[in-house]
Design a protein around this ligand. Sequence first.
Ligand code: FEO
Length: 397
Amino acid sequence: MSQMCPDIYWTGVIDWSVRHFHGYQTDQGTSYNSYLILDQQPTLIDTVKESFFGEYVQRITKLVPLDQIKYLIVLHAEPDHSSALPLIYPYLSTCTIVCTQKCQQMLKTLYKQMEFARYQIVDARSELNIGKRTMKFVPQPMLHWPEQMWSYSQNDKVLFTSDAFGQHLASTERFGDQLDEQQVVYLQKEYLANILGPYASQIQRACEWVVQNKPKMLLTAHGVSFRKDLDVFTQIYSDYASGLTARNKVVILYESMYGATARAAQALAEGIKSAGLQIEVLDIQVTTLTKLAAAALECCGFCLGSATFNTGPMPDVSKAMGYLAGLGLLRNKPAMTFCAFGWSDCTSKLIELLERNKCDVVFREGTMFKFRATQEKLEEIFERGVQFADKCEWEQE
Ligand code: FEO
């Protein structure tokens, strides 16, 4: 049994084995966090993924019989948090579902059994008295779905943040300060990049709410929660929303056919490095889209290289750039191409991929060479790296 603070318990489940979460490679599993507030009107926050229903119910009933739960606050309708709802609802004989109007519509569409459930619709002006405490609600549309909200117990200064501030991390610990902080920070950034990347303005507003209201605890829907150094973990979100995550690193992403593009990537990296920037070189064949997005979140410049394959880029280059375009992580960042070719260079198609990502494309004439770069050409590519560094806005540490 995990007590988060007086009267508030974790009633979630740990998914140690999930590795694919709608395109996100979750190497460290995840958790689906639910919470129980034991007040005069016992109140649940969220459910879990349906396959964990039995474990979820066991955890709750150690604390309170299901028929005594008076409210179930549903912060988010996505099935990783709601698919156990139609399973548990028949046992919640005196319970009312508390959610936004949009969430109610989604729950009714997702689960036929929820069509005639008891609902109480809330918005930013609503308050819900559950005994010693009053719950408030903070709609957070697009963090990460349109129906989403946070809930706040002002009495405890505890904020239930749904997807925001979470990480895909399976752990028996419940708080970030019980683990290696660097690991938690990395996973939080990875989650931000892959799940919430497109929503910078919403993140900005959400961070402002946290700064103004000064909660003492952030209870997340995935991974660990936070009770110490809240400013550190909020800062990651705030920096992203204000464009400050991209400080001093360039990402080079490439796919090579026979090694020529890889050698060019190395020469380019050395040129950029010589100007003082940090470099992350990612061979698309051995990286994941998940790691790529995390790198893209923090880069101040982006270089895309490919061998020509049937007049266009190598197949995985297009796939990776399509993934990044959906997340908007390269928007307005300087970007350039490089290309190895035999008889038809693919520069224009690489530029199309950068433009789809709304990059600021520089050196539009391209940086290309036939079959294999000569030593002289590699020196030119090194120089191009130096020039590219000059196009990036970055902070020297
Ligand atoms: Fe963890 Fe957007 O669901």
